[in-house]
Design a protein around this ligand. Structure first.
Ligand SMILES: [Zn+2]
Length: 144
């Protein structure tokens, strides 16, 4: 029997396109020392991308499936010109374009919209240590 849980875990271990892009463009920046406004944790903030990796993955998987159906339909049409295959060919062509735009759009949004997260409490209000407010917080919480 096929274990869906195992397949899902395997699928989740595959990097999404936005994670590849982020690795190329963003991760080279040195993480800045930051302070969390909620728990005053000091250290490099965790970067979090917008949206969900699962959604992005689902979009690209659907797109891939549509592309396969599209190509198979195209081949079958050469030998067998049946209306149902013509209809499927047209449908996957339209749906494919929609999902292509959605997939690329979602990936680009995920890469460009990113927030900093506190690695300790998960709060998004993380500010640079060298900012005026950051220095104030440093004095409040980390000076003796
Ligand atoms: Zn925190």
């Amino acid at each position: 029997m096929i274990n869906i849980q195992v397949i899902l875990t395997k699928l989740r271990s595959i990097k999404t396109p936005s994670e590849y892009l982020a690795a190329c463009f963003h991760e080279k920046e040195a993480p800045k020392e930051s302070i969390c406004t909620a728990c005053a944790h000091v250290g490099p903030a965790t970067r979090q991308m917008f949206g969900r990796a699962d959604v992005e993955r689902a979009l690209w998987v659907i797109l891939l499936v549509l592309a396969v159906i599209y190509l198979v339909d195209m081949l079958v049409l050469k030998f067998l010109n049946v209306w149902i295959i013509r209809a499927a060919y047209k449908a996957t062509s339209i749906a494919g374009k929609i999902f292509l735009v959605a997939g690329i759009g979602y990936t680009l949004v995920r890469v460009s919209v990113r927030s900093n997260l506190c690695p300790t409490c998960g709060c998004t209000e993380v500010i640079p240590v060298d900012s005026p407010r950051g220095q104030k917080l440093m004095q409040q919480h980390h000076s003796k």
